[in-house]
Write a protein that binds this ligand. Structure first.
Ligand SMILES: [Zn+2]
Length: 243
């Protein structure tokens, strides 16, 4: 991140009226939520060598629900996490009518906590949990404070987090909404994601606007298509934008 790059980003933001922000794990690391796909975010050793992808799969959830929930409670729920500078700036930009929407791969719900309205949570949210039998809804705290397999207080059914597991399709309506926003955007800011997880990664192919910006700590393949690439911490970069 240097002064020239920040000046270019500011000029793009100043000129844009329909910004869409497409974010991944790197947006939440400054809130203390590790990226479980990154090298330092991998914490599978204690799970008999099972990868996070295996444990967080649909088949593992049904075959070994107790182990799934033990892992999920320990590594996916961060009740102390607060929105960081990136979340706060995006709220300002939405209030200023410059930001059309946020499409996120994160399940932490921090964009909604920050106050944003048009948030498309592609992989769901840890704050939404449903009884698989009667569909009663439960907050994150119910899962957090349960032991073993969380059960519905009304019917005894298993409570399942509304978080997309490996092997499960993305929600249809959230995908339609996200693609519509990206298609209509004049600027797309892709931040804190390597864009390697499908089908979310293919979403940016719907972008028809002028300015594609990539903010990420590490190089990513899509950089060739971008007008501006800034390497660094997403929260630090976003904090420098004037709304
Ligand atoms: Zn129930």
């Amino acid at each position: 991140m240097n002064a020239r790059e920040l000046k270019t980003l500011q000029e793009i933001v100043d000129r844009s009226r329909r910004i869409v922000f497409f974010g991944g794990a790197g947006v939440s690391t400054a809130s203390g939520i590790p990226d479980f796909r990154s090298a330092e975010g991998r914490f599978s050793e204690e799970e008999d060598g099972l990868s996070p992808e295996m444990i967080l799969s649909r088949s593992f959830f049904y075959l070994q629900p107790e182990r799934f929930f033990n892992y999920y409670r320990k590594h996916f729920l961060y009740p102390e996490a607060k929105p960081n500078a990136a979340h706060r700036k995006l709220f300002e930009l939405e209030q200023a009518d410059k930001l059309r929407g946020i499409v996120t791969q994160n399940v932490d719900g921090l964009h909604k906590t920050a106050g944003n309205i048009r948030v498309y949570e592609l992989h769901g949210s840890v704050h939404e949990n449903y009884c698989m039998d009667c569909n009663a809804s439960y907050p994150m705290e119910t899962i957090l404070h349960s032991e073993g397999i969380p059960r519905c207080k009304d019917c005894g059914g298993v409570i399942k987090p509304n978080v997309t597991l490996y092997g499960e399709p993305l929600g249809k309506y959230v995908c339609i909404g996200a693609i519509r926003e990206i298609t209509n955007a004049d600027t797309l800011i892709v931040a804190g994601t390597s864009l390697t997880v499908e089908p979310a990664a293919s979403f940016i192919s719907h972008f028809r606007g002028k300015h594609l910006v990539i903010l990420n700590r590490d190089p990513i393949p899509a950089e060739e298509q971008a007008e501006l690439v800034i390497r660094g911490d997403v929260a630090e970069i976003m904090d420098r934008i004037r709304g």
